[in-house]
Design a protein around this ligand. Sequence first.
Ligand code: NAP
Length: 257
Amino acid sequence: MNPGSAPVFTVLVLGGTSEARALAARLAGRPGLRVVSSLAGRVSNPSLPAGEVRVGGFGGAAGLAAYARAEGVGAVVDATHPFAETISAHAVEACAVAGLPLLRLARPGWTPGEGDDWHGAGSLDEAAALLPRLGTRVFLTTGRQGLASFAPVDLWFLIRCVDPPSGPLPARHEVLLARGPYYRGAERALMARFAIDVLVTKNSGGPLTAGKLDAARDLQIPVVMVSRPAAAATESVTAVGGAVRWVENHIARPGRP
Ligand code: NAP
């Protein structure tokens, strides 16, 4: 710190989502505030947030607490994906150990509307078990992880993910590598081209990937909706603006729990 300059408050944003990038963009560059975004390093060529970026796991909750101490972190915003439950649990544990305030920023989940034919599943395994009675040509959009749940299912799958999947896959499939956002018309055309008759998705929420749900409704295709894991036990907001205000409050009153 330069003599006479204001102390710097460091906020750690656990990221990997569009909300995390939006939060970093709104906070980075403010005087007296250092914004460090953390990415798991799962995706090749990720969209990088504004401000500082670090990449890779911390080595569990203890590693995260040690990192926060070493970097002089004053507050943590967990803006990871709603299904990234391990890092969220680690954030709760690490912040308790390090005595740091923690906010969970998670967009609201999707809810069914008129004309939707949704079938709830509590896990990817449950989703896989539901499929044989719902369709024969599956559009699988649950991401690269956990695809082994679908490996034993004897149906045809269109598997869409950002990077190539590894591990066991269903015998009959095609992989489509793509990165959102995805829009209704293009999603409808894709589903029609592959004669899709059932869609599987996690309840990620948000507008950027909701086009598939509109398309499924248009085409009267059932949707297997995998519900979210239990929310992390900490204060939470659903919008970036709420997280910005929370950080501002902590800059104004550092050390507030
Ligand atoms: P996860 O299962 O909750 O985390 C597994 C491990 O990855 C964590 O224990 C941690 O390793 C590391 N990790 C996860 N997020 C991290 C972050 N932001 N910074 C540093 N390390 C992180 O997470 P995941 O489901 O694999 O998701 C990984 C990332 O992809 C997250 O940042 C998430 O926002 C994003 N993402 C996930 C999904 C999804 O459906 N799960 C979808 C889109 C984006 P250590 O224990 O070594 O610290």
